[in-house]
Design a protein around this ligand. Structure first.
Ligand SMILES: NCc1[nH]cc(CCC(=O)O)c1CC(=O)O
Length: 299
């Protein structure tokens, strides 16, 4: 490993703030370690005109950083866990999960207003957010909006949306909580798997002693349960899913949401168990919800 640890990040302000957060953690636990942040543009950042599903999904935000890790141009990379594909190359394991920032989603109103009109136009490209907002605001319509947090907030005023939905974690990391209009509870809007958690990725088989102290076991368990749930439902692709796990002592409570395209309905359910069996909880909740959905289809 180099004498200066090179931390790879996307170029957006949020990505850099996230990398900075990890860098400070490393330096707090290992004051002797020197770090620098190296930013790069990813395909996902370049192509804004089309939906992520059209251009190939989540992997587009990590591909360039994966390559830089494999080439040895950087030593670790930092990502929002929720942007990471479900299948991760064995060569580039996640070495640490940060403590979780606020997992909730937030509604942001068009500047100057503090509520939504009856037939509000909501800027969101996330079907997970779209189907859940419909429950609270049945007459609202969702229109796609893309770009980083700053771009989306600008588009809110210039492109005629009444509101948009962002992750509280991102706003907080950018020091922009003041734009928040309404915080949805996790029950009102179940977050995306991994929302609020940062993942530190590195190369297999290398020593990463400087990451000691960075990993948060509670996040690791929650991430395992949430991501296994999503993976078991194959929701990494296009069908909306959401998952949120919270710990209490050694127990983990996992809530999942699963959308059924056939009937245009969604299901939510919970499972509770020992944190050590986090992945099993994700697997079991997914199986039981699939079954419930199939039974509902028959009716
Ligand atoms: N898809 C973009 C993205 N990826 C991670 C976050 C926020 C930070 C997080 O969830 O950890 C955001 C912005 C948003 O959804 O508002």
């Amino acid at each position: 490993m180099q004498s200066v640890i090179r931390i790879g990040s996307r170029e957006s302000k949020l990505a850099v703030a996230q990398a900075e957060f990890i860098r400070q953690k490393i330096e707090r636990f290992h004051p002797e370690v020197k770090t620098e942040i190296i930013t790069m543009k990813t395909t996902g950042d370049r192509i804004l005109g089309r939906s992520l599903e059209q251009i190939g999904g989540k992997g587009l935000f990590v591909k360039e950083l994966d390559q830089a890790l494999l080439n040895g141009e950087i030593d670790i990379s930092v990502h929002s866990l929720k942007d990471m594909p479900m299948e991760i190359s064995e060569e580039l394991p996640i070495l640490a999960f940060s403590e979780r920032e606020d997992p909730r989603d937030v509604l942001i109103y068009r500047p100057g207003v503090s509520s939504l009109p009856e037939e509000a136009v909501i800027g969101t490209s996330s079907r997970r957010r779209g189907i859940q907002i419909q429950k609270m605001y049945p007459r609202a319509v969702c229109r796609s909006i893309r770009g980083n947090v700053q771009t989306r907030l600008e588009k809110l005023s210039t492109e005629g949306y009444d509101g948009t939905i962002l992750a509280a974690a991102g706003l907080r990391r950018l020091g922009m909580e003041s734009v928040a209009g309404r915080y949805f509870s996790v029950e009102e809007m179940l977050p995306a798997a991994g929302q609020g958690i940062l993942a530190v990725q590195g190369r297999k088989g290398e020593s990463y002693a400087f990451l000691e102290g960075v990993d948060d076991p509670a996040s690791r368990y929650a991430a395992a349960a949430e991501r296994q749930f999503v993976q078991a439902l194959d929701g990494g692709c296009t069908s909306p899913v959401a998952a949120y796990a919270r710990g209490s002592g050694n127990e983990l409570l996992l809530t999942g949401l699963y959308y059924r395209e056939e009937t245009e309905t969604y299901f939510t359910d919970n499972i509770c168990g020992n944190q050590e069996e986090a992945e099993g909880l994700g697997e079991r909740l997914a199986a039981s919800m699939k079954k419930q959905a199939q039974e509902a289809d028959k009716k």
